[in-house]
Design a protein around this ligand. Sequence first.
Ligand code: FAD
Length: 384
Amino acid sequence: MIRDQETLNILLDTVSRFVRERLVPNESRVAETDHIPDEIVAEMRELGLFGLSIPEEHGGMGLTMEEEVLATFEIGHTSPTFRSLFATNNGIGGQGIVIDGTPEQKAHWLPKLVTGEVIGSFALTEPDSGSDAASLRTSAIRDGEHYVLNGTKRYITNAPEAGVFTVMARTDPAKKGADGISAFIVERGTPGLSLGPPDEKMGHKGSHTCDVIFEDCRVPAANLIGGREGVGFKTAMKVLDKGRINIAAISVGVAERMLADALRYACERKQFGKPIAEFQLIQAMLADSKAEIYAARSMVVDAARRRDEGRDVGTEAACAKMFASEMCGRVADRAVQIFGGAGYLAEYGIERFYRDVRLFRIFEGTTQIQQLVIARNMIRGFNG
Ligand SMILES: Cc1cc2nc3c(=O)[nH]c(=O)nc-3n(C[C@H](O)[C@H](O)[C@H](O)COP(=O)(O)OP(=O)(O)OC[C@H]3O[C@@H](n4cnc5c(N)ncnc54)[C@H](O)[C@@H]3O)c2cc1C
């Protein structure tokens, strides 16, 4: 749903200019230094990028899902590292509070997430619980007006920068599955919360993940999201349904960027006396990429519109995430091929995108998990 086309166009133009003029020229610097320069973070904050999808009543832009994916397509035209920094506030790190938080939790945290003054992280994955998230073991045992958390969370995006964590933990150890899980807001600096060293990753340099460790970490009972035990897994799944549409959108945006770079290279690079773009085998790679991006873009916009209509988008979000992230991997591979030897060299940047986009097929649910979600929903639908 687009609320006001003119206002949206202004936002999309502003984001597009910021990406072109400020982010693209800094891509290799961020990758080399593993750090987003402070002045760029300050500009992101000024533009309101940390609060794109946080409701207006808490100071955010309150974008609808359709508006948000259109903005994400633009943001995808540069290194996805930049988005990683503000994406958790809009997405997995902030949406637990937006969707299921109490009025007090929203009033306290959302204005801080909107400005980027606080970075939010989402801590679901554990060393022994990845795809099988409902098997998580981090415990949260009630003790008077507190819960005492113990356990380790793994690969948590923005944990080194985070001021607040949405943590899924088991409040009822007798219940082994999803029903025993609750969601908590845990503030950085809470005694008993510590961080592991930053992970060494294949890509996304400049965006950081690490372990988050809880050792007798006492969290006020008022920080139980929504004030209810046993619904934390549902909260996490609602957050991920939205997150998956966003990962699909960023996959489309980055694929568009890689294809634009590959097209430019193909038109400029000459072999056998003519631009390689004139060879039909190169044209096939360009055309297949164009068609697949168009298909993924259409899926993302459709899934976003359905979510805006209040419909259950579990299947559509999984379809869009699976198709768009796999598509993005194929486009990255073709782009490297079109660049030839240059595609393999750091100087041209395309190998960095190739490494960066590999993650899209893994996090917020692997491709295999999306397949399981889609098929499970189909079979449930058939059986009524
Ligand atoms: C850079 C990065 C950032 C991340 N950020 C976050 C974050 O902010 N918060 C967070 O909570 N998590 C985060 N994650 C974790 C991520 O969501 C998990 O890595 C992902 O869900 C997969 O879990 P796993 O790594 O344990 O793999 P596993 O679950 O061990 O899977 C290994 C392989 O087995 C396959 N597999 C597993 N089960 C099945 C099945 N039933 N059928 C078929 N195949 C199956 C998987 O598809 C995969 O190919 C991040 C991960 C990375 C790498």
